[in-house]
Design a protein. Sequence first.
Length: 275
Amino acid sequence: TGKPDQKDLSENLAATQGLAHMIMECNKLFEVPHEMVTQSRNSYVDAEVHSPTLDELGKQVDEEGGNYQMYLESLMQNLQKEAKEKFKGWVTCSSIENTELAYKKVGDGNPLRLWKASVEVEAPPSVVLNRVLRERHLWDEDFLQWKVVESLDKQTEVYQYVLNSMAPHPVRDFVVLRTWRTDLPKGMCLLVAISVEHEEAPLMGAVRAIVMDSQYLIEPCGSGKARLTHICRIDLKGHSPEWYNKGFGHLCAAEVARIRNSFRPLIAEGPETKI
């Protein structure tokens, strides 16, 4: 007859009710049982990345009497050197929305890859830098709150911010030491950031994520445009290395695309006018 029989109807109803139940209980659906967390806690703590203090950052500099300023300066010099050498040794991936995506492995024992996402933006470098530095609310809908914990000089600060996550993932809190430059050769601008511990930055979110590396290089590319490159390595806490390998890079590409799109003019409705 072409009509579903009673068995088909019953199975369809059961499937619909099952899906409806999953939707109603979506916040509980992907929760990890407490027993499983307890069993894995020791191994997770052993592998955990800890943020250094400003003093500890300075001790990572090879030179005697090293300080955090010297550490940041070395990061900026390495970034400029990589850019000059056209970012050799990166593995290119397919990407979205006219962005470029690549990664490379870091031989420091941590399995997380270093990702690089690039895009052209319809704005000059200094304006793009300000959009990244002070106007995150214009391109990141997950941006909840922020504060400057300590201004160390005119271009260096300890900065804390909070990002929302889709349930059941927790709200994530970041505390970074960051510095930026706008007076580089050929009109380039850059921003580098790394997670630090700071006594005046108590947890504002549910979980503190770790920025192992975050670098923005912004180069002029003619007629008021800029090329934005973001190099990124972040431990968001709560994902497997496989997820980072497969998914995190595409989040980086989506981020630079959102920054680019935040500069696109709104399309006004109505007839054209000669102005």
